[in-house]
Ligand binder design. Structure first.
Ligand code: KG4
Ligand code: ZN
Length: 341
């Protein structure tokens, strides 16, 4: 079965084809980063308009890479939420229109489920059950994953997401958008321990996070004045270290608490190499295996949506030829039904 996946929840237009027998056959992605960069963040109206411009040419590219005709697509999966309403509407309307025209089923996918399942696309996928640390621009959550659609929330951020903490700190440091890669790059020149920042809720005893205090601490440091490039690099280094320390400690605490031996990291921040190294090193000291998506699949893409659609259909979700659609800009993962429900 060939599933066409469409992702347009934020600032990436992603289209891909996943085949249940042959794996990922083709994918095409357009990032809007350069368009939003000058505004210091995503401008929703510009994002929607650009998705409209890109989505059909990208679909053609993904199909030709897969060596398939549109008629050979068996089902369409599109991101139904959460995300920017106007941006979601583009993918949802195009996805359902293609499904309607082909007389094939369409399935609305939860964006975070896409991220959550993306490590399963690798050649050496984790088996269920596992603990998942979902770290993106809008979410920071620890979940217990028992099967497709069976997710138990173990802890989450009470305010800013980890990616947001990277992005806001980067802005205060005068770095570009998105902030994660920019901080990470500058941090390479920073010195360990040169600047001390708080590790919010590190010892809270639960699996929740809070990152808004970190932003205030960075603002204070910036206001006090950063003498030179070394001082900026030291601060970037400290921001990254603080975020990674908290993420790694809480993820390991979740592993302890559940007694599971597999940890999956997903979402844009899972591309962070310090986080990868920290968890890899911790795993070598205990009975733990850590799984990351391939770097290209960490941030938003169509492959994870096509794959999540294929997994849901394989798990028995009934999907029909659509006669309409809705998007869900706010959609807690906890409200997502299991495939057979
Ligand atoms: O999953 P994603 O592409 O979009 C959302 O669903 O939000 O995640 C984007 C987030 C941004 O906050 C970005 O700064 C962060 O992921 N990010 C990183 C890195 N690459 C992307 N954060 C830290 N280090 C990175 N290398
Ligand atoms: Zn995402």
């Amino acid at each position: 079965m060939n599933v066409l996946g469409i992702e347009t929840s934020c600032d990436d237009t992603g289209v891909a084809i996943y085949c249940t027998q042959r794996g990922l056959l083709g994918q095409a992605l357009h990032s809007q980063i350069t368009m939003h960069e000058r505004y210091g963040g995503v401008v929703p109206e510009l994002a929607s308009r650009d998705h409209i411009r890109r989505i059909l040419p990208l679909t053609d590219i993904a199909l030709s890479e897969a060596g398939l005709k549109l008629q050979e697509v068996d089902a369409i999966a599109y991101t139904q939420g959460p995300g920017l309403a106007g941006a979601l509407l583009v993918g949802a309307s195009v996805g359902t229109a293609i499904a309607f025209a082909l007389n094939k089923p369409a399935i609305g996918i939860h964006h975070l489920e896409g991220h959550l399942l993306s490590p399963l696309l690798s050649d050496d996928p984790p088996a269920f059950p596992f603990v998942a640390l979902l770290v993106s621009g809008g979410h920071t959550q620890l979940m217990r994953v028992d099967a497709v659609g069976q997710y138990e929330l173990l802890g989450e951020t009470l305010d800013d997401a980890a990616g947001e903490a990277f992005d806001k700190s980067a802005k205060l440091l005068g770095l570009g958008y998105p902030g994660g890669p920019a901080i990470s790059k500058l941090a390479l020149q920073g010195r360990d321990g040169a600047v001390k920042l708080p590790r919010p809720m590190l010892h809270s005893g639960d699996l929740d996070f809070s990152f808004s205090g970190l932003k205030t601490a960075v603002l204070t440091a910036v206001k006090r004045g950063l003498a030179d490039e070394q001082a900026r690099a030291d601060l970037a280094h400290a921001v990254q270290a603080a975020i990674v320390d908290v993420l790694a400690a809480k993820a390991l605490a979740a592993v302890d608490q559940t007694g599971l031996s597999r940890l999956v990291i997903a979402g844009g921040v899972s591309a962070n190499s310090r986080l990868r190294t920290a968890l890899q090193m911790a795993s070598e000291k205990q009975q733990l295996r850590v799984y990351f998506p391939a770097p290209a699949l960490c941030t938003d893409n169509g492959a994870m949506i096509a794959f999540a659609g294929a997994m849901r259909l394989a798990a028995g979700q009934v999907a029909q030829v659509p006669d309409g659609f809705t998007v869900r800009p706010r959609w807690p993962l906890a409200e997502l039904d299991a495939p057979g429900a």
